[in-house]
Ligand binder design. Structure first.
Ligand code: SF4
Ligand code: SF4
Length: 400
């Protein structure tokens, strides 16, 4: 951290600094604090500053001194108690919930029921209204609007890590992924015992809990062969980084490395398997206007893998829309939106406003967190623009 040149390149790309204008929110500012005060000086102000980071990776990507800022910040967070800092209890509960992800299905049912009862009575700017809207009947298009499920095998097929949100909160994503690959007669199989990838624990600096989940998943995935398809961008990025969690344990580092080397991202695998077909008779004016939102976890990787745009273009029926200043963060950042709801909402609302000026029909992404953030952002302005996972969009009858 002492090698920071104070050049400020990290500040120019930081979504939090863009909103707050506070130097302490830049990577440069945080590194300076770590260097001059050290972790032993950690206070609630210190924790507040470090929790105001999306861990988006934008600063690490542009750093002129190649500082591994992401790892520095994760390590800084390990010294903070999980029960202090802004909205600590909410973050703690959210992480606990991910220890028992099947309970998310109960939340979906409860959320849907409460949304029906309270949906129209809550004030427009109510945070509860936005959260309940996530569980409304049509946050994503229904399974009936897809081509059909087909080709799903129970015990064998391509190993698939769908992520907790898709498995328990948004089963339409599961249906569309299965249906997409059934076009190539590739059945998808999710081993029941897979648990949360552990990204939220890692981001909170709780490496012990993150390793516990990683060990469980590695043991299960080792019992399978071939590629491991991951349909959530954030889970993909974290599974790829499993070996980093075991830096001091050669045995587990080797095992996690083998599993990580088999992990493939959804859009790249769609390309490899030539799943997407091209429509020959699409008319320009009838093309669906789609804004593709790049998940930060893929965009800022050293080797970006996201081929979603190519897949969407390949359909021939989609017109892709782009922001003049390029892709931007949505402000969700895993538990960032719980720790820093005001900053998170400001980042989100600014992006939503700018994207709506492009007049999209659909906003599409591959990260469950981004999709939830988009859904809330569009609900906040009563927009009827649809929010779809890449698999859902590619599976729509009017797309291909
Ligand atoms: S990780 Fe993202 S939010 Fe955090 S300091 Fe770097 S650019 Fe800013
Ligand atoms: S980009 Fe890197 S070297 Fe430059 S100020 Fe930021 S952290 Fe320091």
């Amino acid at each position: 951290m002492s090698t920071c040149a104070k050049c400020g390149a990290c500040a120019t790309v930081c979504p939090v600094f863009r909103i707050s204008g506070r130097e302490s929110h830049t990577a440069r500012g945080k590194l300076h604090l770590l260097h001059t005060l050290g972790l032993e000086r950690s206070s609630s102000v210190f924790i507040d500053i470090f929790s105001a980071c999306l861990l988006c990776g934008a600063c690490t990507r542009v750093c002129s001194r190649n500082i591994d800022i992401h790892t520095e910040f994760l390590e800084a967070r390990t010294s903070f108690s999980s029960l202090t800092g802004p909205h600590a209890y909410e973050k703690y509960l959210a992480r606990k919930l991910l220890d028992y992800p099947t309970s998310l299905a109960g939340f979906r049912i409860l959320g849907r029921a409460c949304g029906k009862i309270l949906g129209n009575t809550l004030p427009r700017d109510s945070g509860l209204r936005l959260r309940l809207a996530l569980f409304a009947d049509t946050p994503f298009l229904s399974g009936e609007e897809c081509h059909g499920e087909g080709g799903v095998s129970v015990n064998d097929g391509l190993t698939w890590f769908a992520g907790c949100a898709a498995r328990y909160l948004f089963p339409d994503v599961l249906r569309s992924c299965k249906a997409l690959f059934s076009r190539k007669a590739v059945p998808l199989h999710t081993p029941d015992a897979l648990v949360c990838c552990g990204l939220a624990d890692c981001a909170a600096g709780d490496f012990k809990a993150a390793r516990r989940k990683a060990v469980r998943n590695i043991e299960i995935l080792e019992a399978t062969d071939g590629p491991i398809l991951v349909s959530c961008a954030s889970c993909y990025a974290h599974l790829k980084k499993y070996p980093v969690l075991f830096a001091t344990d050669e045995g587990w580092q080797a095992r996690s490395g083998k599993v990580a080397s088999r992990v493939v991202e959804l859009s790249a695998f769609l390309e490899e398997q030539s799943v997407v077909e091209t429509s020959q008779n699409a008319q320009e004016k009838k093309k669906l206007r789609v804004f593709y939102h790049d998940p930060c976890h893929l965009r800022h990787e050293k080797v970006p893998v996201d081929k979603a745009r190519e897949q969407l273009k390949k359909t021939g029926t989609i017109k892709l829309l782009e922001l003049p200043d390029g892709p931007r963060c949505c402000g969700q950042g895993g538990l960032f939106h719980v720790a820093q709801p005001e900053i998170s909402a400001l980042i989100r609302d600014q992006l939503v406003r700018d994207v709506l000026e492009l007049h999209p029909d659909v906003v599409c992404s591959t990260c469950s967190g981004c999709l939830m953030q988009w859904h809330q952002g569009l609900t906040a302005v009563d927009s009827d623009v649809k929010v779809l996972h890449l698999s859902q969009l590619l599976q729509q009858k009017n797309v291909v």
